[in-house]
Design a protein around this ligand. Structure first.
Ligand code: F0G
Length: 402
């Protein structure tokens, strides 16, 4: 499998080539993660085809046979928005938001899900399963529906944003809750796929997810027409930072770019096992009780920690923390000063900028990973509405402040 199709599955630990897909996506010999190595020839001319939407324009760089029919909702191809005031205020002339909240289910997860569900379909999988803090659940549910397959999602019983849960139910997924956090949900899903191979694992340990998500790097390069100096993004289970770095490395290997960006991973103070390992220089160790207002990245034991630390050190980047207050303050600023409504986790990279003190002229791309419409709880609802019985009430209320 694989090599004749132009790609291989390789263990990041011992380098062993896996001859088949493994239910828990881990190397049979050493237990480390697997990654896909694209072995087909790619160059500037064959890198992308102009026809086809979103990430599938780069089909040649993805590990699927040319005849595979993508299970797609036209994901990817999201805007790269230059900030107008916020960047300047923080001393950055070239600050961009890659607005991945504009994907079909409102998060970057759709990029990976389209590839992994397409792969699962070619394998004849019956039920697709993931653990999730919400966005992966919503995305899996949608793509499973699109493919005519069953979706099973396991979430922390408490703390998942209601919009994300609502999406999972709306797309027809079967939803289970664990007493505990994402890490317990993921452990449950690992046990499930090892026990019963009718369930196909769809978390970002599934290397096909990473392949779809790496396209973010291709798009950033294409939209900016250059490689940015910095890519800054929130880190939870650590799949996306690994994926985007892989995308840049591949473009360099194919002779499309020469430079590489520095990758900066941002975690919330109370859920920062990677940032702690990075700044202490000590070995990575998981955190038992992660806590943060940014529920999407409330993760203590990121499964792709090794890939993420590689991405950070190879690129000369950093892992940093931000406080919950900084996150929520930035979330408000992004909405009220830029018109960008992102979820809390997605405000984290912007919130990290004042601490990073990057050069004024640096080109900085923050990944706005998820749409703020999924979680509007902190903005209040009808209790905040001011009653009105005619124009006078409005003029009296705000007329003096115009
Ligand atoms: N931003 C958002 C909005 C997320 O939903 C996630 C992860 C991340 C950032 C972190 O990405 O895990 O690749 O490092 N959400 C997962 C989920 C865990 O279940 O939806 P990562």
């Amino acid at each position: 499998m694989g090599s004749s199709e132009g790609w291989k599955l390789r263990c990041i630990g011992c380098g062993r080539i896996a001859s088949t897909e493994i239910p828990d996506s881990r190397c049979r010999k050493c237990g480390d993660l697997l990654e896909i190595r694209i072995s087909r020839r790619i160059d500037r001319q064959s890198f992308y085809t102009r026809d086809g939407p979103g990430i599938w324009r780069f089909a040649r760089a993805l590990p699927l046979p040319p005849e595979a029919e993508p299970v797609s909702l036209e994901e990817g191809g999201t805007p790269l928005v230059r900030t107008s005031r916020l960047g300047t205020k923080m001393g950055l002339e070239n600050l961009y938001a890659k607005n991945d909240g504009q994907n079909p289910t409102g998060s970057f997860k759709d990029r990976g899900m389209t590839v992994a569900v397409t792969r699962a379909k070619t394998l004849g999988a019956q039920a697709l399963v993931c653990a999730s803090t919400g966005n992966t659940a919503a995305s899996l549910a949608a793509y499973a529906a699109r493919a005519g397959m069953k979706a099973v999602v396991v979430v922390p019983r408490a703390g998942v944003a209601s919009g994300k849960l609502g999406q999972a139910f709306a797309y027809g997924a079967k939803v289970f809750g664990v007493e505990g956090n994402f890490d317990q949900a993921l452990a449950t899903v690992f046990d499930l796929v090892r026990r019963d191979d009718r369930f196909y694992l769809m978390n970002s340990v599934n290397p096909f997810r990473i392949e779809g998500q790496k396209v973010t790097a291709f798009e950033i390069y294409e939209q900016l027409t250059r490689v940015p100096d910095y890519v800054v993004l929130p880190v939870g289970n650590a799949g996306n930072i690994s994926a985007i770095w892989k995308g840049f490395l591949e473009m360099r290997a194919w002779g499309i770019i020469n430079a590489l960006p520095r990758m900066i991973g941002v975690q919330a103070e109370g859920a920062a096992p990677l940032a702690r390992a990075y700044s202490s220089g000590k070995a990575f160790s998981p955190l038992k009780e992660p806590h943060t207002v940014a529920s999407a990245i409330r993760i203590g034991n990121p499964v792709s920690w090794k890939k993420a630390l590689n991405a950070i050190s190879e690129s000369g980047g950093k892992a940093v923390v931000v406080s919950d207050d900084e996150i929520m303050d930035m979330k408000r600023k992004l909405a009220q000063e830029e018109g960008l409504l992102v979820e809390a986790a997605s405000a984290a990279p912007f919130a990290a900028l004042p601490r990073l003190k990057l050069p004024q002229k640096a080109e900085v791309v923050c990944i706005a990973t998820g749409n703020g419409l999924k979680d509007l709880s902190e903005h209040g609802g009808d209790q905040k509405i001011e009653g009105v019985d005619g124009p006078d009430a409005i003029i009296n209320s705000i007329g003096g402040r115009l």
